[in-house]
Write a protein that binds this ligand. Structure first.
Ligand SMILES: [Zn+2]
Length: 418
């Protein structure tokens, strides 16, 4: 019987439909086991006072209207209650959303792991489908949106990391929330890759260590203009190991670390830009550690802005456990912007105008990060002036930032009464 075909059942009714409801109430423990041992023929049952009390007890526990009547909503919750995660294959069905306790568990797990299935309501809708596919992609499974044995194993492998990962994600979000919708007052560590005796990649007349420093300086100029405190992990002549750079960022209690690199490959055709954030791509390794959801978010925002401004090929964002990403206590992202071994990429990077556009992309991505999810839905180019207007309008409505000459009744501002 599907929830659609259910008829309303109440005290006094009898027959197979009542027997079906009673069987479910036995499974949920709302009907006592002794009730099943009354010698009533299989498939028949009477909706008596005991059944009515059991329905009420179930409705009470599930936050439903407590009326002792089994209508559509009570039936569908009752029907779903028998499912534990893994009992059946879960997938998104457009015409008929699967419902049940297993869907609740699935949604809760996705949320804990930093994916957003929408409301945890036990209904397998489009948002849950999208979150499940993202999870599958993140752990290296085929993102087919089907929760079968393989995906279930990946969830189970992550069992122990859930608390840590969740707390980590919450801490990162809390840091952003506390900072408010602005870049002002934040500390960003820029890490120009390589340096000193290590030139990094070399190709088509370009040297990675010089390029990364040049890009960092262009980014610094723009961020400083927005009130951001920018700190470099190295100067033109000094360089340190990734571990030292991470320790340095930690000592500053920076808000974010951006490591800037250009790539090189023996494969002549390799080209494009990619970003990297902290996380284990291998599901079995994820039991040990965390996944930086903010890092992932910023990595995606940054790459999108850089690709839109430079025309470089989008080589996606990827989780990595490199020392700088792993050892930093704040979100850290590494940008690999183009291949010096590729003639077209090299020509793009050789143009100072492109390097300015990359720097602008960094600033816009940071603003998108700190503006929150609602404002990051649009893709492509966004003018800095638009973002500033948005920030200003958000601030206008914000009691912590009163406009000069505007009275806020009931608000108290130290010194305002003088
Ligand atoms: Zn490099």
């Amino acid at each position: 019987m599907s929830p659609q075909s259910v008829v309303v059942l109440r005290r006094g009714d009898s027959g197979p439909a009542v027997a079906d409801v009673c069987a479910r109430l036995l499974l949920t423990g709302d009907l006592p086991a002794s009730w099943a041992e009354r010698g009533v023929p299989r498939g028949t049952a009477v909706f008596d006072e005991t059944v009515e009390e059991a329905v009420k007890s179930f409705q009470q526990r599930r936050g439903l209207l407590v009326d002792g009547v089994v209508g559509r909503s009570t039936y569908s919750v009752l029907d779903g209650a028998r499912w534990a995660l893994g009992d059946r294959v879960l997938r998104y069905v457009p015409d008929y959303f699967l419902e049940g306790d297993d869907v609740v568990r699935l949604q809760a797990r996705l949320l804990e792991l930093g994916f957003t299935p929408g409301k945890v309501d036990g209904i397998h809708g489009p948002a849950t489908d999208a979150a499940l596919r993202s999870f599958q992609a993140a752990v290296g499974l085929t993102p087919d949106g089907t929760l079968g044995p393989e995906t279930l194993r990946a969830f189970q492998a992550l069992q122990r990391s859930v608390t840590g990962g969740s707390a980590n994600a919450l801490r990162e979000r809390e840091q952003i929330r506390r900072g408010g919708f602005s870049l002002t007052g934040r500390t960003v560590v820029l890490d120009p890759g390589h340096g000193g005796a290590d030139p990094g990649a070399v190709g088509h007349g370009l040297v990675e260590a010089d390029l990364s420093l040049d890009l960092a300086r262009r980014i610094e100029g723009r961020l400083t203009a927005h009130g951001v405190e920018v700190v470099f992990t190295r100067t033109g002549t000094t360089a340190g190991e990734e571990i030292d750079r991470a320790a340095f960022a930690n000592s500053l209690e920076a808000d974010l670390v951006l490591s800037i690199h250009t790539d090189h490959s023996e494969a002549a055709a390799a080209h494009g830009a990619a970003t990297f954030f902290y996380g284990h791509g291998d599901p079995s390794r994820r039991t040990q550690g965390a996944w930086s959801t903010i890092g992932e978010h910023f990595a995606e925002l940054l790459l999108r802005e850089v690709v839109a401004r430079t025309g470089l090929t989008d080589c996606r964002s990827h989780p990595r456990s490199w020392p700088l990403l792993r050892r930093t206590r704040m979100p850290a992202v590494r940008l690999e912007v183009g291949y010096l071994s590729h003639p077209s990429d090299a020509a793009t990077l050789a143009d100072p105008l492109t390097r300015d556009r990359i720097a602008e992309g960094v600033v816009v991505a940071l603003q998108r990060l700190y503006l929150g999810d609602a404002d990051t839905a649009r893709t492509g180019m966004l003018k800095l002036a638009d973002l500033r207007r948005h920030i200003e309008s958000a601030r206008d409505g914000h009691p912590d930032h009163p406009q000069p000459g505007v009275t806020h009744p009931g608000a108290t501002h130290p010194g305002a009464s003088a």
